[in-house]
Ligand binder design. Structure first.
Ligand code: PGA
Length: 261
């Protein structure tokens, strides 16, 4: 614990999360998870999370039981009511399958699958209602950054996605800042660019939910994070971890990112 202005702030424990997207079949997911397990077994400095596809969640979760690796789903339904919602998977079902986290509002879902700030908000509420942690993704496109609108875009996504949530709710929210132009492109934001936006996000959270909440919410960076750039990103004061795509697919490279220290 550290103390400031009579308010108790918890130290933010870093989170290193691997987003496996739609890359691995069931057996490949199990193999990668089992390969990863011993490589990150001593990583007490951070939370380690992997996000397999829906069909591998339960098996991977079972095979990792008792390890320090937590499981995230990559998306969820907008509510937990059982019923006629063909194709949807409720957060409560993801929990049933062994997930502790849900990634919500990833830019690929926003760009190609009609995700909006409103659906992100519904999904976030449903995730919290199921007792899971929501990893809420925000981030601007290149043309928005070039037009000088990056902060406005991110602020709008935050306000929409977190609308109606209390400071208490934010204890189980992780924000992932993923500039769209850096995802899968090999073009990482510089540590300074990441810090600038992470600081801005924390300011937005301060305005909306107060200083204590803003200081406690973990803000991850995502977009071409690799073993060779993780340390400089993590050295920024407001970067509390990473959401890793491509470099999380191989156990060795993801383990190097987890063990950045
Ligand atoms: P990347 O993906 O690491 O491959 O850029 C990040 C993400 O999409 O979460």
């Amino acid at each position: 614990m550290r103390y400031r202005d009579d308010i108790i702030f918890r130290m933010r424990k870093p989170v290193i999360a691997g987003n496996w997207k739609m890359f691995k079949l069931l057996q490949e997911s199990v193999d990668a998870a089992l390969q990863l397990k011993p490589l990150v077994a001593n990583a007490n400095h951070c939370d380690v999370v992997i996000a397999p596809v829906f069909t591998a969640l339960k098996t991977v979760a079972d095979r990792l039981e008792g390890s320090n690796i937590q499981i995230a789903a990559q998306d969820c339904a907008i509510q937990n009511d059982f019923g006629a919602h063909t194709g949807e998977v409720a957060p409560v079902m993801l929990k049933d399958a062994g997930s502790s986290h849900v990634i919500i509002g990833h830019s690929e879902r926003r760009q190609f699958y009609g995700e909006t700030d409103e659906s992100v908000n519904w999904k976030t509420m449903a995730t919290l209602a199921a007792g899971l942690t929501a990893i809420v993704c925000v981030g601007e496109k290149l043309e928005e950054r070039d037009a000088g609108n990056a902060e406005t875009v991110v602020k709008t996504q935050l306000e929409g996605g977190l609308s109606g949530l209390t400071a208490n709710d934010l204890e189980r929210i992780i924000i992932a800042y993923e500039p769209v132009w850096a995802i899968g492109t090999g073009k990482t934001a510089t540590p300074e660019q990441a810090q600038e936006m992470h600081g801005f996000i924390r300011n937005c959270l301060n305005e909306s939910h107060g200083n204590e909440t803003a200081e406690n919410v973990r803000v991850l960076y995502g977009g071409s994070v690799k073993p060779d750039n993780i340390s400089t990103l993590m050295s920024q004061p407001d970067v509390d971890g990473a959401l890793v795509g491509g470099a999380s697919l191989e156990a060795e490279s993801f383990a190097k990112i987890v063990n950045y220290k």
